[in-house]
Design a protein around this ligand. Structure first.
Ligand code: PLP
Length: 439
């Protein structure tokens, strides 16, 4: 046993698997066993492992300039190039970008920039944020408070009220619908709940609504048709900003460039990006905001003498170089097009499990999906606790595939974007064996 405190781990069951190396869509443990990476690490290794170009880019940049900070406007070309390339890709108007190290800290940066912005335009009371049940936005104090999953809250005494976190429904029809309710009625009900929450709290007190276009860690929830159209209409009516957390859905994952495109979110005011931004070869995140928000922050930063927020590693040159190369590869090799095509195949193949006696719902879009296991296929009743999901995840691992049990008893799939249809077949075959053993 090492002296490590493991992240997101049951401390009674640490050191479960020792991974030694990776190549393409596969990783290998310390005994040489091969595993298909069904979850791209933690939804992040889009270009797979051992990508020569990314390795060479990192090594070259380390040799040239291994570190330089960006405080006080000190800069470097590769950081500026990444900022320009990224802001040209995103659907945010006149986008400006602040770099960090993780999805969590990027969300914290957004919380602070929202406050800075609304203070700057003379609306200090407009600071609350509406987040959804069963969302995942990370684990730093502010990000964990936005997250809507109990294990990320319990025993941590998070400052929900001080942060102004408000909670609204998860758009999961399968789990959230009332008996006899149609999808359209479900959407109308939960969007009405959202509007009532805004009216109760006062629109003048609410800065933003944060959502993962399609969720990841909470079980890959794909909202019913019409949900985001109606949510956006309500937010526009009350002048509340849309904040898209695209940490998982960004960069080709859902069959398009961004999850916003896939689900019809138009012009979010804020966007959080990480993970596939660098294909996980280096830690880096991006908090993107609308240009006018940045403009409003200029004067107050000058009054104070500094915008007092920044990380030692904001715009780290090696992370910037690797990200820039990642974005170039996405474009040059039409990775998003490939992912859309193979993603469609993956959805079709995962859909075959709808008939499996253990499966209550299969959901997903592009190259992200989940298979939810139920105790009663007819009623959709789930299992108590997460033991079944854990068992199925272990069974997948025994058959040479890595996945994750999410939201208790759903198995999530999010392979590297470079996988082939043959590798999707391999994934499906292994999943089939694992589900049969779990029955
Ligand atoms: N937001 C979303 C949607 C995520 O899925 C995650 C991580 O899985 C985060 C934020 C937090 O990112 P990180 O783990 O890099 O802090």
């Amino acid at each position: 046993m090492s002296n490590m405190i493991y992240p997101t781990t049951n401390f009674k069951a640490t050191e479960t698997l020792t991974i030694e190396r990776g190549d393409g869509a596969y990783v290998y443990d310390n005994e040489g066993n091969q595993y298909l990476e069904g979850l791209a690490g933690l939804w992040c290794t889009s270009l797979g492992y051992n990508n020569r170009e990314l390795i060479d880019t990192a090594a070259e940049q380390m040799g040239k300039l291994s570190y330089s900070h960006m405080f006080g406007g000190k800069t470097h070309q590769v950081g500026m190039d990444l900022a320009d390339k990224l802001t040209a890709m995103v659907p945010v108007e006149n986008a400006k970008v602040f770099f960090g190290n993780s999805g969590s800290d990027a969300n914290d940066s957004h919380v602070k920039m929202l406050r800075y912005y609304f203070n700057a335009i003379g609306k200090p009371e407009k600071f609350k944020i509406i987040a959804r049940e069963r969302s995942y936005h990370g684990v730093t104090v502010a990000a964990a408070s936005l997250t809507g999953l109990p294990p990320n809250h319990t025993h941590f005494s998070l400052p929900f009220d001080a942060l102004g976190v408000l909670r609204t429904d998860a758009p999961h029809y399968f789990r959230g619908a009332l008996p006899g309710e149609s999808e359209a009625q479900f959407v109308d009900r939960i969007v009405n709940n959202l509007e009532q929450l805004i009216l109760k709290e006062g629109a003048d007190t609410i800065a933003a609504f944060i959502a993962e276009p399609i969720t990841g860690a909470s079980g890959v929830i794909v909202p019913p048709a019409g949900y985001y159209e109606k949510v956006q209409a309500v937010l526009n009516k009350y002048d509340i900003l849309f904040w898209a957390d695209e940490v998982i859905t960004g960069f080709g994952r859902t069959g398009n460039d961004f999850g916003c495109t896939t689900v019809g979110i138009e012009k979010p005011a804020l966007m959080t990006l990480a993970k596939q931004l660098s294909s996980a070869y280096m830690p880096i995140s991006a908090s993107v905001i609308r240009g006018d928000m940045y403009e409003a922050m200029i004067e107050p930063s000058s009054q104070v003498g500094v915008f007092g927020h920044g990380y030692t590693y904001s715009g780290h040159p090696v992370a910037a170089a690797v990200s820039l190369k990642t974005l170039e590869i996405y474009e040059r090799d039409n990775i998003f097009g490939h992912a859309a095509k193979v993603g469609e195949y993956m959805q079709k193949r995962l859909g075959e499990f709808r008939d499996h006696p253990l499966v209550g719902e299969v959901r997903g879009a592009g190259m992200i999906g989940a298979v939810e296991m139920v105790s009663d296929k007819k009623t959709g009743a789930g299992f108590e606790g997460g033991a079944v999901g854990y068992f199925a995840m272990q069974a997948c691992q025994n058959h040479g595939m890595i996945t994750r049990a999410v939201a208790g008893n759903s198995l999530a799939f999010c392979p590297p974007l470079i996988v082939s249809e043959a590798q999707i077949d391999e994934m499906v075959e292994k999943l089939g064996k694992a589900l049969d053993e779990t029955l």
